[in-house]
Ligand binder design. Structure first.
Ligand SMILES: Cc1cc2nc3c(=O)[nH]c(=O)nc-3n(C[C@H](O)[C@H](O)[C@H](O)COP(=O)(O)OP(=O)(O)OC[C@H]3O[C@@H](n4cnc5c(N)ncnc54)[C@H](O)[C@@H]3O)c2cc1C
Length: 404
């Protein structure tokens, strides 16, 4: 029988976290192989808000300057709550860096500096086993039945992670909540401020983020998925959303943004995924030299807009830790011995767990307030915890995960 292919560091998943991890490792002089199930780079989801903590990571990775050129600074949260004839408004300045990126720009910026051949497309991992010979961390089985050995295995394959399952983590939980996202392009420029508009009208929660003078990202969170339409037909989903938005009295300005959106940019999800904060506190994130990062470790839904940036932070901390294992093995390019790799992955987990546990808690509580209609007592408790976490002042965005 042919020998299974063997690699030093294998990353499963070429999304934001997987690519950032490969790039961070490359910057530390450590080669890796990224296995991505799609046939090409995936950039679903239209826009992504990146806060100051994420920008610090992008700086460390050497891609911040080019990405800053693609998106304006968002300076204000503009909250509008429309209830019947009454409308309340609040504008809160954003005191840290917040920009809404086109996910495609982010993914491409991360991928372009990774050495050729690092990303292998069309490789879906179906199962993970411990290496029976003990020399390697894990044996991966692909969907086509071929196998590969990895001394270090990092699961960055998002919510339905095979690596997380191998580590004994529970499947992520879901909150049914349909969201339509997209971009609207204004060839002659738009008239919106550089703000994150958050509009509540009826059961709808709508967001509008300015990207450039000509480009706007929007999301529409609906109470229920549209019925009687094929939800893969995104233009039809948009038509249903528009009709319902009109019915609840959504402002014409917002209706126009959605109606004029680029059909190619539309993205629709029917649920949010999250790992409850107590599982992030107690979950097993390591088995030997196998670990997880990004949503595979701490899926947290979109409620505080930190899932992507937290995955970027993971990448830096993980590469820094593995870099230390290589340094201890006497210089870059050398393969660190298994116990050193295992120890450094343990350090990565110890460093990340408190940070991602607090983010998961904040997102969980924000989600409870936004989608679960809690009792007044629970609501009071949730608000008190958010105050303690410094949610309103975006304390989570001030975090600095340090240098690569
Ligand atoms: C509606 C919505 C809005 C959001 N808004 C924001 C925001 O504004 N800011 C923010 O920071 N975060 C936001 N998030 C969260 C953010 O999108 C995620 O945290 C982030 O995309 C996670 O990145 P990841 O690389 O860990 O996982 P993913 O992006 O899920 O990437 C996983 C990759 O692994 C691949 N893969 C999966 N399984 C396998 C397999 N078995 N074998 C090989 N490859 C595999 C997939 O094809 C994919 O490319 C939002 C999420 C949602 C749902």
């Amino acid at each position: 029988m042919a020998e299974a292919e063997a690699h030093s560091v294998v990353i499963v998943g070429g999304g934001i976290c997987g690519l950032a991890t490969a790039l961070a490792l490359h910057r530390k002089g450590i080669a890796s192989l990224v296995l991505e199930k799609s046939r090409s780079l995936r950039a679903d989801g239209a826009g992504i808000g990146v806060h100051a903590n994420g920008w610090r990571v992008l700086e460390q990775l050497g891609v911040a300057a080019e990405l800053r050129d693609t998106a304006h600074l968002i300076t204000v949260y503009h909250d509008v709550w429309q209830q019947g004839d009454k409308t309340s408004r609040e504008k809160v300045p954003v005191r840290t860096e917040l920009r809404c990126l086109n996910r495609k720009d982010l993914i491409e910026a991360l991928a372009k500096d990774i050495p050729a051949g690092t990303i292998r497309f069309g490789c879906r991992i179906a199962a993970i086993d411990a290496d029976p010979a003990g020399g390697h961390g894990a044996v991966l089985t692909m969907a086509d039945g071929t196998t590969m050995k990895a001394k270090v295995l990092i699961g960055c394959e998002g919510t339905y992670s095979v690596v997380a399952k191998y580590l004994g983590l529970s499947p992520v939980r879901t909150i049914p909540r349909p969201v339509l996202r997209g971009f609207t392009w204004y060839p002659h420029g738009h008239s919106f401020d550089n703000e994150f508009l958050r509009l509540r009208v009826g059961d709808f929660f709508i967001g509008r983020l300015t990207i450039t003078d000509n480009l706007v990202h929007f999301f529409i969170t609906m109470p229920k998925p549209p019925t009687d339409v094929n939800t893969k037909d995104l233009k039809k989903v948009r038509d249903v959303a528009l009709k319902k938005m009109q019915d609840v009295g959504c402002p014409a300005e917002i209706i126009d943004i959605v109606r004029d959106s680029d059909p190619e940019s539309l993205n629709f999800v029917t649920e949010f995924w999250y790992r409850p904060p107590w599982e992030v506190v107690f979950g097993s994130f390591q088995k030997g030299t196998v670990t997880v990062a990004g949503d595979a470790m701490h899926a947290m839904g979109p409620f505080i807009g930190q899932g992507g940036s937290a995955g970027l932070e993971d990448a830096v901390v993980l590469a820094r830790s593995l870099g230390r294992a290589v340094d201890d093995a006497d210089g870059a390019g050398k393969d660190a011995p298994a116990p050193a790799r295992e120890k450094m992955i343990g350090e990565y987990i110890r460093e990340r767990r408190p940070r991602v546990a607090l983010l998961s808690l904040e997102s969980f509580i924000m989600g409870a307030l936004l989608v679960r209609s809690p009792s007044p007592v629970t609501k009071l408790f949730c608000v008190a915890v958010l105050i303690l976490l410094g949610s309103k002042s975006l304390r989570h965005a001030y975090y600095d995960c340090g240098r690569l």
